[in-house]
Design a protein around this ligand. Structure first.
Ligand code: ZN
Ligand code: ZN
Length: 331
């Protein structure tokens, strides 16, 4: 029987459609779909030797006299740092300059790696770069929302094969980000506790949607998952801002995120995916009601008219089964 399920924190609803339910193992796609990239591509702007094709790095990690990771300004970004945020009107309608900061993190010199195949040291560098850039950008006066994300594969919207992540900071917090924060604040005012801390404790109590955990983080498929294999990683220590994580948390977060991505890579045959680190707006970096987390969404199904029309997602698989499937994948 189909059922509605509500996201405990945001109050959004999803539909788990049992009639259309598919077994988790039916999602792995044809392995021939993805070509194997070469370890080096002379045409690639992110490969070693082509450094002059990108702006000078704003952050770099070097090993053995060579760069191991570079963060650069995104030359092709939709937003620009030199624009202002002044609002103006076009008749009744509002507009503002396209101010924003966009950076690309080139995760490794090797063209053919991804988080599931790189070394743990290499992936820890990536998370270290996320924290460094997040904190550096958060000190810029006009910035309010900083999004750290990774697109893997064409269905996830990536245009360059070379392993990279992106950071985009905007002066604007849109309503679909503001609303869950408002809900979390109402919950805090009512119950006196962080609703995400409550959800974390409840998922650990119910256990069946837990994918894995380490000392500092929990990975689980949420009760009201929007899509098959949606997985969230949430810190056990309450911080509203990703930028507040300490060195130990950087290591533990890199470990669990890489492990979950490996399970998805192996179990689902390297599907396209997006992941995004959701952090409170900069002006709410130290509040008790917000709690940062990461959402990983493999691109296995395509949202259609119903989702566009209602904002209610139809998920064709049970999160409990997806979590069990991922738990059982050996990495
Ligand atoms: Zn490359
Ligand atoms: Zn919390």
């Amino acid at each position: 029987m189909p059922e509605f399920r509500q996201n405990f924190a945001t109050k959004e609803w999803v539909i788990i459609a049992t009639e259309r339910a598919r077994r988790p193992d039916s999602f792995s796609h044809n392995p021939g779909e993805r070509r194997n990239p070469p370890p080096f591509d002379p045409q690639c702007p992110f490969c070693p030797g082509n450094e002059e094709k990108t702006p000078a790095p704003v952050f770099q990690i070097s090993q053995n006299g060579r760069w191991a990771l570079r963060a650069v300004t995104n030359k092709f970004a939709a937003l620009r740092e030199d624009m202002d945020t002044q609002r103006s009107h076009v008749g009744l309608f509002l507009k503002a300059g396209g101010h924003g900061i966009a950076e690309v993190i080139i995760e490794t010199p090797a063209h053919d790696l991804n988080p599931a195949t790189m070394t743990p040291e290499c992936f820890r560098n990536v998370v270290e770069a996320y924290r460094n850039r997040y904190n550096s950008i958060s000190r810029q006066e006009k910035v309010e929302l900083i999004s750290v994300f990774r697109n893997h594969g064409p269905r996830a919207g990536t245009s360059l094969e070379h392993p990279h992540s992106q950071i985009i900071a905007t002066p604007i917090v849109p309503p679909h980000i503001r609303d869950p924060i408002f809900q979390a604040r109402v919950a805090y005012d009512t119950f006196g506790s962080c609703i995400y801390c409550e959800m974390l404790a409840e998922e650990r109590r119910q256990k069946e949607r837990v994918v894995m955990e380490n000392d500092l983080f929990l990975a689980y498929c949420p009760f009201a998952s929007r899509s098959p294999f949606e997985t969230r990683i949430i810190p056990k220590v309450h911080h509203s801002s990703f930028g507040r994580i300490d060195d130990q948390e950087v290591t533990a977060f890199a470990q669990i995120l890489q492990e979950v991505l490996k399970k998805i890579y192996i179990g689902l045959d390297n599907p396209d995916y997006n992941y995004i680190i959701r952090s409170a707006p900069v002006s709410e970096s130290d509040v008790k009601h917000c709690h940062w987390y990461t959402v990983i969404a493999p691109r296995l199904t395509t949202p259609a008219g119903f989702e566009m029309g209602t904002g209610i997602f139809i998920n064709v698989s049970y999160p409990e089964q997806c979590a069990q499937f991922l738990r059982d994948v050996k990495t």
